[in-house]
Design a protein around this ligand. Structure first.
Ligand code: OGA
Ligand code: NI
Length: 393
């Protein structure tokens, strides 16, 4: 078996924050999106602000129905009465704000590599020459415990232990919320309350946190803070800045700006839920736009299946009329795509979609690749297919 080369970044890393702080008037060419992705052009006329569905978690059966509706129609919703202490949220946000305010030298001590992505980063994917996003981030592992490495977590010089403890407490509370949401999602599909938690590997489910930091951008009409993608994992609970908008979702082929309610979390389902539910629920493409006046911070908690658990459509949702649409794959295999390719719309989950005569088993996939070198609708799964090819050697 060969190994995928995720060892080093293909180019020297430039911190977007350093570019922004340098006061440059025009952004470097490497951040300019192609025509079709420019925020000003692809938003259509006037992208209206979307009030995505709100689910009150204290409403029992009503919450189940609201989740079912929101997931079928949107794949995105906001949760209120979620039980997470607002003062904890405030403290967590402050830790991350302070981290990004540290001198560059202090932040560089946490510089990450594509081998694990843990730490301070400025790009997703190792594609040389790729157009980069206007954002820096900090990525860390929360669960499973054995992958947690607090050495790689930021510690603020002024209150080192306390800042790590706050990150831990925030992670713990958000994981609890995700576990609640997984149960709610199971019920919303008419399944046993523990069906999705079990499919995620029970107590061995994974969780990671990405603090996204989008500095001010002198030419926001040319760049994206985070280019279009669907989240590869299970569910994402996002704390978006309610004072600085930036998140957009692709709804009916238009990009619509999300205005989060103060105190709410934005929840979206990822590709693993799309696969498990046989596309009854679909992950929705989203992206982040930046602005010239204000920096923006968001905290994304990703709740994922156990990394070596095989994920495939749940048999309860597979029928003769609706056969399994996706081939089985572990999340470890799946996330290699985003880790090497970076955000690429929904091409990855689409590339896993079965065609009537293909993808019966890996050996067959392998043959397909050897002979045609193409896979997936329009060949956009090519890069991912190439990696599966890797794995098979
Ligand atoms: C993400 C994401 C949105 C935001 O981190 O996957 O979509 O508003 N973030 O930062
Ligand atoms: Ni996302």
């Amino acid at each position: 078996m060969g190994s995928v080369q995720l060892v080093e970044w293909p180019e020297a890393i430039v911190r977007v924050q350093a570019l922004s702080d340098s006061g440059l008037a025009a952004i470097p060419a490497g951040y300019i999106r192609p025509q079709a992705e420019l925020p000003s052009l692809s938003t259509g006329v006037d992208a209206a602000d979307a009030s995505i569905p709100v689910v009150d978690l204290e409403t029992g059966g009503e919450a189940v129905a609201a989740v079912a509706e929101a997931c079928r129609a949107w794949g995105f919703f906001q949760v209120v009465n979620h039980g997470v202490d607002p003062s904890l949220v405030e403290r967590a946000v402050e830790v991350w704000r302070e981290f990004f305010r540290l001198p560059m030298e202090a932040k560089q001590a946490y510089a990450n590599s594509p081998a694990t992505y843990e730490g301070y980063g400025s790009r997703l994917g190792v594609d040389k020459g790729a157009i980069l996003d206007w954002g820096d981030y900090f990525f860390l592992q929360l669960l499973p415990e054995k992958f947690k490495n607090q050495e790689k977590w930021p510690g603020l010089p002024t209150h080192y232990e306390q800042s790590k403890a706050t990150v831990q407490e925030y992670g713990d509370e958000l994981v609890k919320l995700c576990q609640r949401l997984m149960k709610l999602l199971s019920l919303s599909l008419g399944l046993d309350v523990n069906r999705l938690p079990a499919a995620f590997g029970g107590d061995d489910a994974g969780a990671t946190l990405r603090a996204n930091y989008y500095p001010k951008c002198p030419q926001p009409e040319l760049a994206l803070g985070l280019s279009a993608h669907s989240d590869p994992g299970g569910i994402t609970v996002l704390l978006a800045d309610d004072a600085v908008k930036g998140l957009q979702i692709r709804k009916d082929d238009r990009w619509v700006t999300v205005q989060p309610l103060p105190g709410a979390f934005t929840v979206n389902i990822g590709d693993q839920i799309q696969i498990l539910t046989n596309a009854v629920y679909k992950s929705l493409e989203h992206r982040v736009v930046v602005n010239a006046e204000k920096e923006r911070l968001s905290l994304a908690l990703f709740y994922n299946p156990k990394s070596d658990e095989v994920i495939e459509p749940m048999e309860e949702l597979v029928t003769a009329e609706r056969p399994a649409m996706y081939s089985p794959m572990t999340f470890d295999e799946y996330r290699l795509f985003v880790r090497s390719e970076g955000p690429k719309g929904k091409s990855q989950v689409q590339s896993l979609q079965k065609k009537p005569h293909v993808l019966r088993n890996h050996a067959f996939v392998h043959d397909q690749l050897q002979t045609s070198g193409r896979w997936g609708p329009g060949g956009e799964g090519l890069a991912f297919a190439a990696m599966i090819n890797y794995r098979l050697h």
